[in-house]
Ligand binder design. Sequence first.
Ligand SMILES: C[S@@+](CC[C@H](N)C(=O)[O-])C[C@H]1O[C@@H](n2cnc3c(N)ncnc32)[C@H](O)[C@@H]1O
Length: 226
Amino acid sequence: MNKLSLRFFNIYHHIFGEHFNKRIDYKFPSNVMRWDLVKEVIKRKNYKRYLEIGCDTDLLFSKIPDLNIKIGVDPISGGNYRGTSDEFFKQNKNYFDCIFIDGLHTYKQVKNDILNSIKFLNEDGVILVHDCLPANFYQQAVPRCKMLWTGDVWKSIVELRTKDNIDVCVCRIDMGVGIIKKRKNSKKLEFNCSDFSKLKYKEYYANYANFMRIISYEDIFNFLNA
Ligand SMILES: C[S@@+](CC[C@H](N)C(=O)[O-])C[C@H]1O[C@@H](n2cnc3c(N)ncnc32)[C@H](O)[C@@H]1O
């Protein structure tokens, strides 16, 4: 997105947005990034089949070792499959051990990507979702108005946290990495909401610890092996 559009939507959100200016400092560690997590998970679990949705300049994709299957999906750049995630899943026949979702950061698309990923996830596999922890209203507002943009990915995580047969937490590193296992929900979020797309950042700010089930990097293998 170019600077002019970012500026335009920034003004748009200032006028029509939530008028809520509080920030969250998650204190992300500076020495652990998403690729450290993904590489460690692949190594420790001896995973052989990797899929990445949204690759951009291959910052992450290029750091993944050669595996039996290694597919990177992006309509514009990076990876090795040129097209959108929806197009990819329509023709896909592979099953994966580790799927990293980092494509279009809107609630609806991320939810779609997660549901499609669940269909093609091996029994002991894991789905990872980038950009789950926004620091302020503008960082998560749609349409995008900031270079550093998480989008409203967080809403899809809150929704999944209310389901019975999906276990979800968020690792407190690198803008938040959601971790999703296909198994009974071990800490179901009791929260009634008829339309998760309408959740407000103000509500997130007041409840994020409960909504997101945030864990430290050191705890990810306790979660994965539970
Ligand atoms: C934040 S970047 C990905 C960064 C990369 N995963 C990394 O860790 O460095 C988001 C990418 O998603 C791609 N994208 C946008 N819409 C998409 C879609 N519908 N399906 C797949 N990728 C999409 C964009 O082209 C962009 O390259």
